[in-house]
Ligand binder design. Structure first.
Ligand SMILES: NC(=O)c1ccc[n+]([C@@H]2O[C@H](COP(=O)([O-])OP(=O)(O)OC[C@H]3O[C@@H](n4cnc5c(N)ncnc54)[C@H](OP(=O)(O)O)[C@@H]3O)[C@@H](O)[C@H]2O)c1
Length: 237
């Protein structure tokens, strides 16, 4: 399905990004794995290579423009093209506004929103040149629903949804497809440090979201899926 395609996946070291990298590799794609933690990325790459796939590890803090430029340049040097960008990296810190730390708040916005802007910006020139490409932004149900103690996360994801719509309209006529995917709760390490989270066994599995991302990446010609919302069977937990 993705033979001869090259995909960059941010936040590929664990959770949804890791599952997406594995699903893309199973579908035949060459995957470029980005996050801040080289050791964890190498583990994912080893898993993919052990199954005959092709993976490149590029450690990058995707809130930093220079690191993102390097990620894009290294991908182009290695493979000459970028067919798919999955903007998946993100963090969540959940505290009431009155108790929040401005630096932490800003970092949550940067990891979810700034990263999506930067990766899209630096990948776009090569996609525009080829008049081909797919950008898939992993948002959250928090882009659409307000949750208490989630101001940074909701603002970042809602901002990323608005950004996604603008991006889609800017490149729609140049054969670049942009899709927003907004999952409900997913059982990943995202929840490890968060007290009082919903039951993990009621959540989606990362593989469910990976399948949804794979669908977006393999849409037939002649259609664009602008937005997908995917929730656990019980809905918003
Ligand atoms: N889990 C859920 O319930 C859920 C629901 C809806 C949407 N989402 C969204 O899905 C995405 C993936 O979440 P997840 O559940 O898989 O979380 P996760 O298991 O905590 O994984 C987050 C990934 O993002 C990477 N990352 C974080 N900050 C980064 C930065 N500045 N630069 C580069 N990489 C960075 C992490 O790698 P390093 O630490 O190695 O950098 C890790 O690979 C996020 O955007 C999240 O908001 C999650």
């Amino acid at each position: 399905m993705l033979k001869d395609k090259v995909g960059i996946i941010t936040g590929a070291s664990r959770g949804i990004g890791r599952a997406t990298a594995v699903a893309f590799a199973h579908a035949g794609a060459t995957v470029v794995l980005a996050s801040r933690t080289q050791h964890d990325l190498e583990t994912v790459a080893d898993l993919i290579r052990a199954e005959g796939g092709e993976a490149l590890v590029v450690p990058a803090d995707v809130t930093q423009a220079e690191a993102v430029e390097t990620l894009v340049n290294r991908t182009l040097q290695a493979y000459g093209q970028i067919d798919i960008l999955v903007n998946n990296a993100g963090t969540g810190v959940f505290e009431p506004i009155v108790d929040s730390d401005p630096e932490v708040w800003t970092q949550v916005v940067a990891s979810n929103l700034q990263s999506t802007y930067l990766c899209s910006k630096y990948v776009l020139p090569s996609m525009l040149e080829r008049q081909s490409g797919q950008i898939i932004n992993v948002l959250s149900i928090a882009a659409k629903v307000a949750f208490k103690a989630s101001s940074a996360y909701c603002a970042a994801k809602a901002g990323a949804l608005a950004f996604t719509k603008v991006l889609a309209d800017e490149v729609r006529d140049q054969k670049i497809r942009v899709t927003a995917i907004s999952p409900g709760s997913v059982d990943t390490p995202f929840w490890n440090e968060i007290e009082g989270h919903p039951e993990l066994n009621l959540m989606l599995k990362p593989e469910h979201v990976a399948e949804t991302i794979l669908f977006a990446a393999t849409q037939p010609d002649g259609m664009v899926t602008d937005e997908i919302v995917v929730t656990p069977p019980l809905g918003i937990l």
